[in-house]
Design a binder for this molecule. Structure first.
Ligand code: GAR
Length: 184
């Protein structure tokens, strides 16, 4: 059985969906990890029987020292893949050169990289919006694409748009994990 860990920072709904769809039949989710002790996702993970590991980035003096700790914890778990599910930290080469990871991003990359992508995509004049899963590299939101799902955004208000983005995420994330693990 392939072993993965999921990293999150906030709501954790993508993490929740991955646990529900994959664990424990398809993939063993051996840990969930957050940098945010107040993340709402903590209770979502607990409710599904996985006690999250909390590594508060504010307790570290630099990005590099936080990443060093994170890499050490991940390496000890003996993983096949790390999955970033709304993990809102920019990762340094300490992480990207040592850990095989994938990420989900709420836009049709390469459009709208970085923070506030849902807002940026909603406000753009693009005909289509959507979501992307991709491998993590040193350059933010730029690694090889695993899957995308798009929709026509014409006439939607922001709330409907955001709901559609999350629905697309929940649809492609689990198959993307299996694809990255080469078991789909
Ligand atoms: C998701 O929409 C995810 O795509 C986005 O954060 C949200 C997390 O929601 N990630 C990024 O913007 C990464 N740059 P969740 O905590 O409910 O899964």
């Amino acid at each position: 059985m392939k072993r993965i860990a999921i990293l999150f920072s906030g709501e954790g709904t993508n993490m929740q969906t991955l646990i529900q769809k994959l664990h424990p039949d398809r993939v063993s989710i051996v840990a969930t990890i957050t940098n945010n002790p107040k993340a709402k996702g903590i209770t979502r993970s607990q409710a599904l029987g996985i006690e999250p590991i909390i590594i508060d980035h504010r307790e570290f003096e630099s990005r590099k020292s936080f990443d060093t700790k994170l890499v050490q914890v991940l390496k000890n778990l003996n993983l096949d893949l790390v999955v970033l599910a709304g993990f809102m930290r920019i990762l340094s080469p300490v992480f990207t050169t040592q850990i095989k990871a994938i990420n989900i991003h709420p836009s049709l990359l390469p459009a709208h990289k970085g923070a506030n992508a849902i807002q940026k995509s909603y406000e753009s004049s693009d005909r289509y919006a959507g979501v992307t899963t991709h491998f993590v590299t040193e350059e933010l939101d730029s690694g090889n694409i695993i899957m995308q799902k798009r929709f026509e955004k014409q006439g939607m208000d922001f709330e409907a748009f955001e709901t559609m983005i999350h629905q697309c995420e929940y649809e492609i994330f689990a198959p993307s994990v299996l694809k990255a693990l080469e078991i789909l």
